[in-house]
Design a protein around this ligand. Structure first.
Ligand code: IPE
Ligand code: IPE
Ligand code: MG
Length: 254
């Protein structure tokens, strides 16, 4: 039934009505990996891969919106990525500025609301300014939510959440013993967002690399060998239609 809509075939915006998109994830997380290898294969510097990855990111946001996805989280820079050479880190820190300069009008016209996950206070001032501006430009929007995980690490997010909770206890606003899993969500960077349904990772690596570790507890995982700059609308369609065929039991029996 779904075979004729496999890879290589164009999937237009109208396919939001397609049967394979009937059961679709509300929230998709994407580990955009393989930029460096994409560049190396072409004899280019790693940063050329990051630049090409920006185009794939734009196309993926468009496709998610066209497919009627409510929320997408893009892993752009991890708390571990500071270990990279300073020149690469500096390039990556300049990319948000470039991305939003080119894309903000379209994002606004699509009604996209931009959010950031991770500790943005540790970013260089020019990156923080881009963060602030894109939040301001899109804060009233009610369409798809696009989260950029920037200086994000799942462990760091959990530590910060625990600290927020502990502070509320110290201030008498919360009490020990009352906390439920649903309550704990409020302290996370993803507070208020739909539950994470699907994690996509490109480039053939089969790990989470500290991405949404709490939220991914019951997410479906989908891996592809495609390198991030080559990731297309058709690949996304494939991931979403695979998701639609999975049986999610959450520990129960059918
Ligand atoms: C992902 O691509 C982008 C970031 C982590 C910022 P990589 O830069 O990790 O590419 P590979 O894994 O080295 O190919
Ligand atoms: C994960 O990719 C981080 C991002 C995509 C931003 P990495 O390339 O940094 O992860 P590892 O080092 O392969 O685990
Ligand atoms: Mg990588």
């Amino acid at each position: 039934m779904f075979k004729s809509f496999g890879r290589g075939q164009r999937v237009s915006a109208t396919t939001v009505e397609h049967p394979a998109l009937k059961v679709k994830p509300r929230h998709i997380g994407i580990i955009m990996d393989g930029n460096g290898r994409w560049a190396r294969k072409r004899g280019l510097p790693r940063v050329a891969g990051h630049h090409a990855g920006m185009t794939a990111m734009r196309e993926t946001i468009r496709a998610c919106d066209d497919f009627g996805i409510e929320c997408v989280t893009l892993y752009a820079f991890s708390t571990e990525n500071w270990k990279r050479p300073i020149s690469e880190v500096e390039y990556l820190m300049r990319l948000p500025e470039q991305f939003f300069r080119n894309e903000i009008e379209e994002l606004v016209s699509r009604g996209v609301r931009v959010r950031f996950l991770g500790d943005t206070s540790q970013l260089p001032p020019y990156t923080q300014e881009t963060v602030r501006n894109s939040l301001l430009r899109t804060e009233g929007n009610t369409g798809m939510t696009v989260n950029f995980a920037l200086n994000y690490g799942g462990r760091n997010e959990l530590m910060c959440a625990i600290e927020r909770y502990a502070r509320e206890i110290a201030d008498g606003k919360a009490s020990v013993g009352d906390l439920t899993e649903a309550d704990f969500d409020r302290y996370l960077d993803t507070a208020g967002l739909p539950a994470l349904d699907l994690v996509i990772r490109t480039s053939g690596e089969i790990r989470l690399s500290n991405f949404l570790i709490w939220q991914a507890a019951y997410a479906e995982l989908w891996f592809t060998d495609v390198l991030w700059p080559d990731f297309s609308r058709d690949d996304l369609f494939q991931a979403i239609s695979d998701y639609g065929r999975r049986k999610r039991r959450f520990g129960a029996v059918e």
